[in-house]
Design a protein around this ligand. Structure first.
Ligand SMILES: Nc1nc2c(c(=O)[nH]1)N[C@H]1C(S)=C(S)[C@@H](COP(=O)(O)OP(=O)(O)OC[C@H]3O[C@@H](n4cnc5c(=O)[nH]c(N)nc54)[C@H](O)[C@@H]3O)O[C@H]1N2
Ligand SMILES: Nc1nc2c(c(=O)[nH]1)N[C@H]1C(S)=C(S)[C@@H](COP(=O)(O)OP(=O)(O)OC[C@H]3O[C@@H](n4cnc5c(=O)[nH]c(N)nc54)[C@H](O)[C@@H]3O)O[C@H]1N2
Ligand code: SF4
Ligand SMILES: [Mo]
Length: 884
């Protein structure tokens, strides 16, 4: 008999409901939960592949001290002792926790309580500092609290959706699917994207504004000026529910239209068209994400956007409002518990003495942090200069994700005591830990998460705890108890959630937005059965609609919103030596530092190598050709990446994905190049605009391998490895050809004397191809050439699965191209059904001219739909080429 469990996806902030099914034989499969109000059954490529990422390969399964497996008791005792001793000797501010928006609310609650209420410091910060801090700061400045006013349904009700610095199609794919579905019904619905590059999301927009990096404040100030003099200005709302309009308008007026055009890089005509569309469309939602937040002027961008919604009274009503799209599955839950160093708990301010007293009484705690703690970038600076002497990192990989990442690595390496709680053994950060604590992962842990629309859903366990892995809240609570603190005797997540809910309602009286007091007395059984719900959920109140601010009632002392005057200019960091604006972000099928998605062959096939997107004209000037390896560098660091020449990237800028790290590539941690430059209000680092130089990385030889077993060692100036269905694929760049290639292959790929060796060496072109076969199986194919290896990657990867008994099939492997009777699928487009670009192109040639027709013919795009935009693009390209 199989068992189905309703849970929530552990990736992005959309927070999709998932049904996980465990079959009798232990096989796990997942599908979208049709009843979950975030996704109504939909999932994206990452959600669909969840079952492929939960095996125990690479898992951290036992506590370790200095690399030695140990017992929980020993690891917890030592952690507690070292934290207590450090605090006794140097004070509470000498220790710190760096946690994550991927912690469950219950984990987060316990961590925050321990640090702020018992250790008595606010040195707990989170990777949400790199993600949502500017939105939090913008909300608090305007609304008095960190409140997201709207709900997802607004995206379906809107007549205009403005996406600012959001690659929605790749990063919040199910919201994109919901919008596309709504647009099918109401084709008049308009979409505008605002991004310095053309993303896949821009392809579905009616208008794309190629804004200069950080031109957003000027753009939205220009909009405010325009709206102020237009019929869209809502005089009644502004006078009844806001203050400060005049100052904000004055600030906006410091730039004339030509100034706005210069600052944004957009023409006056483009600006006018956007401004008129915004003015004349009442139902407008402005969604924003990291192109807004991750900036040294991020908080001002947020307020420039909110100002426009306040001025038109378009907030908190159906189909209207500013909408911060949260990144991580529990970015919102972390904010609710107060996991940021400048917050207290349950949306109460750390600077507020009354709130501090209230929380301390509620916790019955010996102390309470009296001032904000160190924000992420400051925290690692304090680790570097020795002020922080004991550090606990939980569910985040800062050696890959923090700016100035090499300095962060050094700081952690030199820190006297470092604890890392993770699910994987070999992350770049785990390598530096004194103590490793094995955490329960998705499917094993149990608790709640809050999505972008304030909806709290259960993550339920459907697998047992493997070996010694334990949930993160338990790590924290056990250490707290061993440090001698009361108040951490929890029976389980239900207990913690009930306490968190009780605190939210404690002495609230309607003065705090975050109130889920109705759940304060929840029993373990009700917690188990709890359906997704949106906050607020006050005791004794039937909430009905959960939008905020249509009738004002902001959480400022006078209950009025604040217009925030913003004037900040672009903070251009390019120089003569670093002339390109380096932008970084995400790709469709990888999640952050790849510790989970990197395990799935399906997800690794879409883009299998670290790359830099560069405009073809810039590339030509630099002597960079298609598929060359290049070095991207500046005074902070240097990485080696594959050049991807594309018109999508305007000249002067480059884009590099944030995902690759030392486990998957030789040297591609792009965060090593990013200056630790932060927004002065939010403390969020500017991860999207650093100056950098690009130059060819001359390689004497290039290599490509498909291998059935994982290589034993990877040593070359460039390598990148990706999981394939039946093994791995590896790219190489060499200074010189490896000596004795057969021996090198056997040693590198761990073949010893296994396998029949077949080689082809062409001295005139200096190419070599080596195949190793066992029975009908390919163990390894290795291709070496003085220029980028021209072998169809996807076809070669498929040979690991093929039966290769005959000489012609083996020679085809050496030749690196399909025999006459085989097809080359080409680069994977649809990861759900492993459909390649060549298959789609040939279906187009056969008369499939729509995404639907391709779906019927090849199934591509019919499961999660994340690739539908790319399929559309391929069809267009093929038809255009056919017409030319
Ligand atoms: N596939 C996938 N999805 C994810 C994640 C993942 O790792 N992989 N991570 C999740 C998380 S934690 C987050 S925070 C979200 C992030 O989701 P997004 O913010 O949508 O993703 P990013 O790729 O970081 O950046 C979005 C866009 O901002 C643009 N941008 C850069 N500078 C500027 C600027 O100055 N102005 C404007 N207007 N735009 C600019 C970039 O070119 C980029 O296209 O994604 C979530 N979803
Ligand atoms: N260059 C650049 N850098 C960026 C960004 C960017 O756009 N550009 N974006 C920033 C943003 S928005 C974000 S959110 C961050 C994300 O950056 P990180 O948080 O560093 O990235 P993840 O890979 O999600 O790290 C999560 C870690 O937790 C582990 N883990 C997974 N589940 C669990 C669990 O249940 N318990 C525990 N204890 N561990 C677990 C994973 O194995 C992994 O090591 O990156 C930031 N850095
Ligand atoms: S959109 Fe995809 S990654 Fe995000 S929650 Fe849904 S299934 Fe998970
Ligand atoms: Mo994020």
């Amino acid at each position: 008999m199989s068992i189905e469990t309703k849970t929530t996806c552990p990736y992005c902030g959309v927070g999709c409901g998932v049904i996980a099914r465990v079959d009798e034989d232990g096989e796990v499969s997942v599908k979208g939960d049709p009843d979950h109000p975030a996704n109504f059954g939909r999932l994206c490529s990452k959600g669909s592949a969840l079952a492929e990422t939960i095996d125990l390969d690479g898992r951290l399964l036992y506590p370790e001290i200095d690399g030695r497996t140990t017992s929980w008791d020993e690891a917890l005792d030592l952690t507690a002792r070292r934290f207590s001793e450090t605090i006794a000797e140097y004070g509470p501010d000498s220790v710190a926790f760096y946690v994550s928006g991927q912690c469950l609310t219950e984990d987060y609650y316990v961590a925050n309580k321990l640090m702020k209420g018992f250790i008595g410091s606010a040195n707990i910060d989170t990777n949400s500092r790199l993600c949502m801090a500017s939105s939090v700061a913008g909300h608090r400045r305007a609304f008095g609290t960190d409140t997201v006013p709207g709900v997802y349904e607004d995206l379906e009700l809107a007549e205009l959706i403005v996406l600012v610095g959001s690659n929605l199609a790749w990063c919040h794919p199910v919201l994109n699917q919901r919008i596309q579905a709504a647009r099918q019904v109401r084709p008049d619905m308009k979409i505008v994207t605002i991004d310095p590059r053309r993303s896949v999301t821009s392809d579905l927009a009616d208008m794309h504004l190629t804004i200069k990096s950080d031109g957003d404040v000027a753009l939205f100030n220009g909009l405010l000026t325009h709206l102020a003099g237009s019929p869209a200005f809502d005089h009644d709302y502004v006078s009844a529910h806001t203050i400060g309009f005049r100052d904000a308008r004055q600030a906006a007026l410091t730039r004339s239209m030509p100034d706005v055009a210069a600052e944004t890089g957009l023409s006056v005509a483009e600006l006018g068209a956007f401004y008129r569309l915004f003015e004349t469309t009442e139902k407008v939602v402005t969604c924003y994400s990291q192109g807004v937040n991750q900036s040294s002027v991020g908080s001002d961008k947020v307020n420039a956007i909110i100002n426009c919604h306040l001025a038109t009274g378009r907030i908190g009503r159906p189909g209207m409002g500013p909408f911060s799209l949260t990144g991580q599955p529990n970015a919102m839950g972390g904010r609710e518990v107060g996991g940021l160093a400048n917050m207290l708990a349950a949306h109460m301010d750390i600077e507020d003495e009354v709130a501090r007293d209230r929380v301390q009484r509620f916790w019955n705690s010996p102390t309470i942090a009296a001032k904000p703690g160190l924000k992420a970038v400051e925290m690692f600076e304090a680790v570097a200069d020795g002020r922080i002497k004991a550090l606990w990192i939980m569910a985040t990989n800062p050696v890959v994700s923090m700016p100035d990442a090499d300095r962060v690595r050094e700081a952690i390496r030199n820190c006297p005591f470092v604890v890392v709680s993770d699910i994987q053994r070999n992350t770049d950060t785990a390598a530096l830990a004194h103590i490793l604590l094995p955490a329960a992962g998705w499917g094993e842990k149990d608790g709640t998460v809050t999505n972008s629309e304030r909806r709290i859903s259960r993550q339920r366990n459907f697998l047992g705890l493997p070996r010694q892995a334990r949930p993160d809240w338990w790590h924290m609570a056990e250490v707290a108890k061993r440090m001698g603190f009361n108040g951490f005797d929890y029976d389980g997540p239900a207990d913690i959630f009930a306490e968190h809910a009780a605190l939210s309602g404690f002495e609230n009286g309607g003065m705090r937005d975050f109130d889920i007091g109705a759940k304060a007395d929840i029993s373990p059984d009700s917690f188990e059965a709890m359906s997704p719900f949106q906050w607020p959920h006050r005791k004794g109140v039937d909430e009905g609609v959960t939008r905020f601010f249509a009738q004002g009632k902001f959480y400022t002392p006078d209950r009025k919103a604040r217009f925030v005057p913003v004037t900040s200019a672009r903070d251009d960091r390019t120089t003569r030596d670093a002339p390109f604006t380096l932008n970084s972000g995400r790709i469709r099928d990888q999640w952050h530092t790849m510790t989970r998605t990197g395990k799935a062959a399906r997800l690794s096939a879409h883009l299998a190598e670290p790359f830099v997107e560069i405009n073809p004209v810039d590339a030509m000037k630099l002597g960079i050709d298609k598929a060359n390896l290049v070095r991207v560098e500046n005074c902070y660091g240097s990485v080696v990446l594959r050049a991807l020449l594309t018109e999508r990237q305007p000249r002067g800028g480059i884009f590099v994905p944030m995902h690759w790290n030392d486990a998957y590539s030789a040297n591609a941690r792009v965060a090593t190049l990013l200056a630790p430059r932060t927004d002065p209000i939010s403390g969020q680092p500017a991860l999207k605009s650093t100056g950098a130089q690009v130059r060819p990385a001359e390689m004497a030889y290039y290599g490509f391998a498909v291998t059935a077993s994982r290589p034993l060692r990877l040593e070359a100036p460039y390598w990148a490895i990706a999981k394939a269905q039946a093994g791995w694929r590896v790219e190489f760049g060499f200074d010189k050809a490896p000596d004795h290639l057969e021996t090198w292959c056997r040693e590198t790929f761990g073949l010893s004397d296994r396998g029949e060796h077949l080689a082809y060496v062409d001295n005139s072109t200096r190419q070599q191809r080596h195949g190793f076969f066992q029975g009908e199986k390919l163990l390894l194919a290795f291709y070496l050439a003085p220029e980028p290896v021209a072998v169809s990657r996807d076809w070669a990867v498929g040979q690991l699965d093929a039966r290769l008994e005959t000489a012609p099939t083996r020679f085809a492997v050496l030749a690196g191209r399909p025999g006459a009777d085989q097809v080359d699928p080409g680069a994977t487009v649809c990861s759900c059904f492993s459909v390649g670009i060549n298959q789609i192109a040939s279906a187009v040639a056969d008369g499939c001219h729509s995404v639907e027709a391709i779906g019927q013919h090849l199934k591509a795009g019919t499961n999660c739909g994340s690739c539908r935009m790319e399929i559309r693009g391929i069809i267009d390209d093929c038809l255009r080429q056919a017409a030319e």
